[in-house]
Write a protein that binds this ligand. Structure first.
Ligand code: FMN
Length: 335
């Protein structure tokens, strides 16, 4: 994990190669690709290869895979290793019916023998570290994260990341950090806690109070892109550093980074949509955000979009972002 214990959580459709590069510049710790189908890897489609792409600045970078059988996951892990990733991450947390129905994602948590078989197969397939991201359990009565962590330790995995909700809970309720702390206390393997970290203070207090080896931040950095830098500063100096909220520079970087990965016959349209999406998330909690969101999606060119974005964010950069942690925000995902 190095010296930065604040990992960027994998988020499908969001934490692509461009976004991970920009977040690394903003001092996040290790990064992981969104989930990639082990079947897809077998057929090496263009889309799959694109999902697995990363650049050197992102290291340490993991590629996350999901699939049903130990063999398929083992084979996919080999490809991940050949691809040059620093570690391979197993997705045992995805609650989405389409994935779970096939026995992949969080469905594997229901069967500890299957958990063990996957760990064995993947570990013996590669030399790079193997990590896993899980839920606390399938449902409240079968929360078995501690058992999964024990098997992961015995099978030689490098860490277990725990999203503090059950599969049954989806994204409702609060992540159960007391439970994560219990699992950490009972485990010999490094544990990464995850869920609902929305401020640098919370990032550092969760790390310290649970004794976790790292904490993973997902949605929090979509509202506050400086959360990692602030958390690192707070951990080092005891104070949240004053970061310059330079939205202009941030959007220039995003523009550039998305431009580099844009493919297809309408690359500018792709970049425009990305800028609109991130601008609408980053505006959360600032004055005029709902009006801004209503109008930003109406622009039809990248140039007009950027102009509107620069204008709005310049007007709010010196203002305080309201706490919106009580409001529903991206209540669905693959982990
Ligand atoms: C839109 C979205 C997509 C996600 N995709 C993935 C994924 O591909 N793999 C994964 O392990 N978790 C995925 N997750 C789950 C996050 O990694 C994380 O566990 C969850 O959002 C809770 O952390 P947070 O409250 O910091 O966001 C996704 C979450 C969201 C909101």
């Amino acid at each position: 994990m190095g010296r930065n214990p604040f990992l960027l959580a994998p988020m499908a459709g969001i934490t692509d190669c461009a976004f991970r590069t920009v977040m690394r510049e903003l001092e996040c710790g290790p990064v992981i690709t969104e989930l990639v189908s082990a079947h897809g890897i077998e057929y090496a489609s263009r889309k799959t290869l694109q999902l697995m792409e990363f650049d050197e600045t992102q290291r340490p970078v993991g590629i996350q895979i999901f699939g049903e059988t130990p063999e398929i996951l083992g084979n996919a892990a080999k490809v991940v290793q050949e691809h040059g990733a620093d570690f391979v991450d197993l997705n045992f947390g995805c609650p989405v019916p389409k994935v779970v129905k096939k026995g992949a994602g969080s469905a594997i948590l229901r069967d500890l023998k299957a958990v063990e078989a996957v760990f064995k197969s993947v570990r013996s397939a590669v030399e790079i570290p193997v990590t896993v991201k899980i839920r606390t359990g399938w449902d409240h009565d079968s929360r078995n994260a501690a058992e999964v962590a024990k098997i992961a330790y015995e099978e030689g995995l490098a860490w277990v990341a725990i999203h503090g909700r059950t599969r049954a809970a989806g994204y409702s309720g609060a992540a159960d950090w007391d439970f994560i702390a219990e699992v950490k206390a009972a485990s010999k393997i490094p544990i990464i806690g995850n869920g609902d970290i929305v401020t640098p203070e919370l990032a550092v207090s969760r790390l310290r109070e649970t004794g976790c080896d790292g904490v993973m931040i997902g949605r929090g950095c979509l509202k506050n892109p400086w959360i990692f830098r602030q958390a690192m500063g707070l951990m080092r100096s005891g104070q949240v550093p004053q970061v310059q909220k330079d939205f202009g520079r941030l959007f220039e970087r995003l523009h550039q980074a998305f431009g580099l990965i844009a493919q297809g016959d309408q690359p500018e349209r792709f970049v425009m949509l990305q800028i609109k999406k991130f601008a609408s998330w980053y505006s959360t909690g600032y004055p005029g955000a709902s009006q801004f969101r209503r109008t930003i999606f109406q622009h039809e060119t990248l140039e007009a979009t950027l102009l509107a974005v620069f204008e709005y964010f310049e007007s709010i950069a010196a203002l305080v972002q309201a706490d919106t942690s009580g409001e529903a925000f991206l209540m669905g995902g693959h982990g």
